[in-house]
Design a protein around this ligand. Sequence first.
Ligand code: ADP
Length: 172
Amino acid sequence: MSNQRIKLVQGDITKIKADAIVNAANTSLLGGGGVDGAIHRAGGKAILEECIQIRNRQGGCKTGEAVITTGGNLPAKYVIHTVGPVYNNGGKGENGLLASAYLNSLKLAAENHVETIAFPNISTGIYHFPKKKAASIAIKIVQDFLAGNESIKEVVFVCFDDENCGIYKGLL
Ligand code: ADP
């Protein structure tokens, strides 16, 4: 069962010791509020420097895609920056874009031999994606990916707020 490799934690993702933590970044890759700000603050300038290099090379990161940098001063070795969709009534392909953000992060993790990875609740803050729908998409993508992948040993969903925590508890 792939669920045995899925864990739920409530707290601050910058404190998680995993091979990689995922950042809910924006297309500029230059940092922002929410979890993005927390990761850059805790991880230090090495992360931003690599983000700027990626930006210079490929012009940022499109919604649904993912890029990888060092974890800087974080306990995690890498940060995988992905961009979730801004929620806008659900008619702009938001569900598919959120699924892509999770899937492309997992693919990039596997390519980089990551065995443990932690996700925040992408798009459910400033981007206003409905939390329950976001959680069911996140869990489905992770379960399906783990069913076809043996290299990733553990996926941690890090819920910051009580509402997301309750939703994930109910679904897992
Ligand atoms: P987005 O722009 O993708 O919505 P946000 O950072 O605003 O990104 O929010 C995404 C989720 O991250 C929200 O559920 C928010 O509660 C959560 N969050 C904020 N700070 C942290 C943190 N330090 N660790 C883990 N999750 C966090």
